[in-house]
Write a protein that binds this ligand. Sequence first.
Ligand code: GRF
Length: 191
Amino acid sequence: MKKLIGQKKINTAVFISGTGSNLKSLIRFSIKKKSPIKVVFVISSNLDAKGLLLAKKHKIKNKVYNFNKRNTEKKIIIELKKREVKFICLAGFMKILSKYFIENFKGKILNIHPSLLPKYKGLNTHWRVIKNKEKISGCTVHFVNAKLDSGKIILQKKVKILKKDTPQTLSKRILKKEHDLYPKAIEKIFS
Ligand code: GRF
């Protein structure tokens, strides 16, 4: 995916469900001159997501959707097209998008996952990693395809697991790395 010099930043939507610390790092990045993206829309699957406050603080359009309802994805696609959104970052988004939705934004959706994919797809990664006595974990930014956490890998960062680690302490250390990795992965695909 190339961004021509002098071209406008690419309108980007970020999908969240919770705290939104990755959203924060994406907003920070998108404000920089060198960033190829501009966060213009935040979509949340959860009314109480803290990340929504962040969107409001930065005066970024934001909307909560009930992803359990039929037609929600269709409505979102219309909204995204209206806002000329050409790129989507899933950031702590806890819902699974349909094949139909993904096809509509083929090759334009990224996700961040807190493990070294293809290992530990899905939920409770840190808990499973520790239970299996792994020595190293990390995080991955990848393209989204129809199979969960299985799209082409863009970048990964390794994190050492300490003997005393709990899922909470490990998650905290990995999350910090996620905040660097997501912008780097975006830079990489647009360079
Ligand atoms: C991150 O670890 C992300 O990789 C995972 O959920 C967490 C969300 O964190 N999918 P935040 O909402 O971005 O703070």
